[in-house]
Write a protein that binds this ligand. Structure first.
Ligand code: DAH
Length: 342
């Protein structure tokens, strides 16, 4: 083949190739064009390369540079076309590449979590450790071992969410007392945060699932003085120096039992709608652990005594942050949660 014949073929290929590339309107038709032009097996350009050796030896160099130039030209054209098609298809998807990025939201802890962590820290400094228990409990752990009589109204279907025969969602964190005494020898000092469940309507002060924190201290010679001193210390740490008072109360698992009030954090004792005019707000239930509870857990109630308490961190968060309705805490409205969490 003469050089001018070869040149003719190369020029035709270049012109055909450009037409083919420009005619492609999709990624796959562009790929077809690439294969038919440059494909290693039977693409037109590789086929033409095979003709090179038929040139006269002194024309080889020029023939080679002609065909290489066309190869580079076609590759560049393919790349240009690919970019054009990409841009067209993303604008079809309504992607506006000039749009500013979305605002990044930084996560923050929930107010109830903040309260739980703060309470944990106060008790940790007093030597308490954290103990956790299951949320699905048996009747024995949730009620029987805690000295509830079999006809106690709490066992009623109306109050308790049963999962099956004898299995329920725990109605309080108190079963962790039993599980802890079964597992560890005194001295015991634990704090047990977790969720509890009751068939309550979701109103301003009740939620069907709610957080609780249980506390338990068991040892030789523990008395009501320890209970009062520890819980008073806690209130002063948590709320800042505050007045407290203990009122007699009743729980099946403690004897004697007491509820602790702190001075109303809104009106500081003068009486307001928040404390229904009393000047006090109840924050926890407590008492000396009933001897039959200690025995039920397998410890010797003749030797050991102890005290326990239970409190609702959501309620405490409401006091601390002046939140009028518990449902706000569970609505996940970040506009509200943000104001508190930082
Ligand atoms: N379990 C009680 C409740 O859910 C709270 C409570 C009261 C726990 C007194 C205690 C306690 O450990 O001593 O209402």
């Amino acid at each position: 083949m003469t050089l001018s014949e070869f040149q003719q073929l190369v020029t035709t290929l270049a012109a055909d190739g450009e037409k083919l590339i420009d005619a492609a309107t999709t990624a796959s038709s562009l790929e077809d064009a690439r294969t038919s032009l440059l494909g290693r097996k039977s693409g037109r350009l590789p086929e033409l390369f095979k003709q090179l050796p038929s040139l006269a030896p002194e024309e080889l160099r020029e023939g080679g540079s002609l065909i290489n130039a066309v190869k580079a030209k076609l590759e560049a054209r393919l790349e240009d076309r690919r970019r054009q098609l990409d841009a067209a298809s993303s604008s079809k998807r309504n992607v506006d590449l000039t749009m500013p990025a979305r605002r990044q939201w930084q996560g923050s802890k929930h107010p109830v979590t903040l309260v739980i962590e703060e309470i944990e820290e106060i008790f940790r400094e007093l030597g308490f450790t954290i103990a956790l228990g299951p949320e699905a409990e048996t009747e024995w752990y949730n009620f029987t071992s805690l000295n509830f009589p079999p006809d106690h109204p709490a066992l009623d279907l109306h109050d308790t969410l049963y999962l099956g025969e004898n299995v329920m969602l725990r109605t309080h964190t108190s079963p962790v007392q039993i599980r802890t005494m079964q597992k560890f020898k005194p001295p015991i000092r634990i704090l047990s945060p977790g969720n509890a469940y009751r068939r309550d309507f979701f109103d301003a002060s009740h939620a069907p699932m709610f957080a609780q924190i249980e506390g338990l201290a068991i040892d030789d010679g523990v008395s009501f003085v320890d209970l009062k001193a520890t819980l008073t210390h806690f209130a002063n740490q948590f709320f800042g120096k505050t007045k407290t008072r203990f009122r007699p109360s009743y729980f099946p698992f403690t004897e004697p039992s007491a509820e602790m009030d702190v001075e109303c954090q809104l009106c500081h004792g003068s009486g307001c709608p928040g404390c229904k005019g009393t000047g006090w707000m109840e924050i926890l239930g407590s008492g000396m652990v009933h001897p039959s509870v200690i025995n039920a857990a397998g410890l010797d109630a003749d030797r050991y005594t102890g005290w326990a308490f239970g409190m609702g961190p959501a309620r405490i968060a409401m006091l601390r942050y002046d939140i009028p309705d518990i449902r706000i805490l569970y609505d996940s409205d970040v506009r509200f949660l943000y104001q508190i969490s930082r």
